[in-house]
Design a protein around this ligand. Sequence first.
Ligand code: FAD
Ligand code: SF4
Ligand code: SF4
Ligand code: SF4
Length: 432
Amino acid sequence: MNNVNRIKQDNLCVQCGVCLAACPRKCISMKKDGFNFCPEISDDCVNCGICLNVCSSTKMFDFDLSENFEQIMAGKVLNVFSVKSSDKTVLKNSASGGFVTKVVQELLNKSMYDFAFLLKGYDYDVQLETQIFDKNSDFSQSQKSRYLTVSHAQTCEYMFRNPDKKIIIVATGCALNGILNFIKLKKLKRENYLFLGLFCDKTMNYGVVEYFRQHPVSIGKNISQLFFKDKRAGGWPGNVRIEYDDGSFVDLPNTSRMEVKDYFILERCLYCLDKLNRNADISIGDNYIEKCMDSEGANSIIIRSVLGQRVFNEVKKCFLVEENTLEDLILSQRIKDKKLNLEFARFKKFGINSENNDFLSFYQEALRKREIVQHKDLYNSIQKDLSLQKQKTLTKVKKVKFCGLTIFKKKEKNKKIYYSVLGIPFKLKKKS
Ligand SMILES: Cc1cc2nc3c(=O)[nH]c(=O)nc-3n(C[C@H](O)[C@H](O)[C@H](O)COP(=O)(O)OP(=O)(O)OC[C@H]3O[C@@H](n4cnc5c(N)ncnc54)[C@H](O)[C@@H]3O)c2cc1C
Ligand code: SF4
Ligand code: SF4
Ligand code: SF4
């Protein structure tokens, strides 16, 4: 089998749709499979291997590990900044600092680029697909992050049909690498494309949308729009906002998404080492560098290429800008945590038995959660599982009698010790 069925079978598909655009015989379509949208190959396939060549998952384990781990993760870096849009409308509606939207608007207005391919809207009945935007488009509908898979097939098809158009592409690392492969395959001009690469820690499948549909706050209502992290709900970093057909909405704490995201993440994200989007012209994330953080939100950006530098010089007057160090950025984005992904990748590549118990239990845990997500009663099964897990972390409960009261001493797996009396938890302070 010399086609992307291999990628699908290995659970490495990120549902980016690039293979669909690349197939010369048009025999790939994206089909819904449970909560995923994966390529399906028709009988017309001649096993030419072109789809495998453009797929970013094909070479995802070819790391050069002789370098320092943080250097590998950082990639080529020219400058690091914290930025915030001075345009208050863009800033208010954005995921964090409004960098992506303001840059796109400026470059289209100045006619430096013809079009941008962005997302439109916040309902998820079908897979998200990039749409064409020009300078007159409504950008408010594109803003904010969707932590879901996105098809870039339309972007690639447009690029192929219009090789001289100058286009801005916004994508996470895996999709961006696929599009770069597509440019090489079709011999397009790299300089016609500006890549604004989003930092990316994990992406979820569409089961998470079903989860919020089944959430008690949504009972009897139809979700019209779902915002994963919305500044309107409590300022940056923002909470979950669910809007319904009847015009009502509800805000849920960000933890309601964070606590369930591991049930829906793509397996490929467990192996990913491209959190900082190494091959973009400019990589963009939320700013977590403490001295530049506030409730309005800001971006951390990495300028990586000469093109990225030229573009930044053109637009920087639209932003409040502060220079940062790479070390600050690496620390703020918790890059060290990705060492676990490296272990996962080794395991997937070589199938060796790791001696790292953390890794093995994490891997088994990921597989277990995958099973739970198969339940029809998704919300209740996940909540039940979460409460079971919480109970399991309490490994030891010891009762002590003191002045007629029963004091519970609980020791958690992570070695934290808690006390509680009459159900009220407290901590013992050490005498100084
Ligand atoms: C899946 C995912 C994971 C992320 N993980 C991290 C992280 O770990 N750390 C971090 O600092 N930042 C992360 N980000 C980036 C962050 O959420 C913001 O997207 C980024 O800071 C840009 O903010 P902004 O204010 O400039 O965006 P805005 O001005 O609001 O514009 C956002 C742009 O991104 C586009 N977009 C939204 N979702 C997607 C998507 N899934 N694929 C392609 N384009 C999309 C929109 O169409 C819009 O054009 C992640 C983003 C995504 C999509
Ligand atoms: S190119 Fe994208 S959609 Fe196609 S198999 Fe690879 S990851 Fe999946
Ligand atoms: S192997 Fe060739 S013909 Fe078959 S799906 Fe892939 S690109 Fe299309
Ligand atoms: S974590 Fe990596 S593989 Fe997963 S969606 Fe993000 S860039 Fe792609």
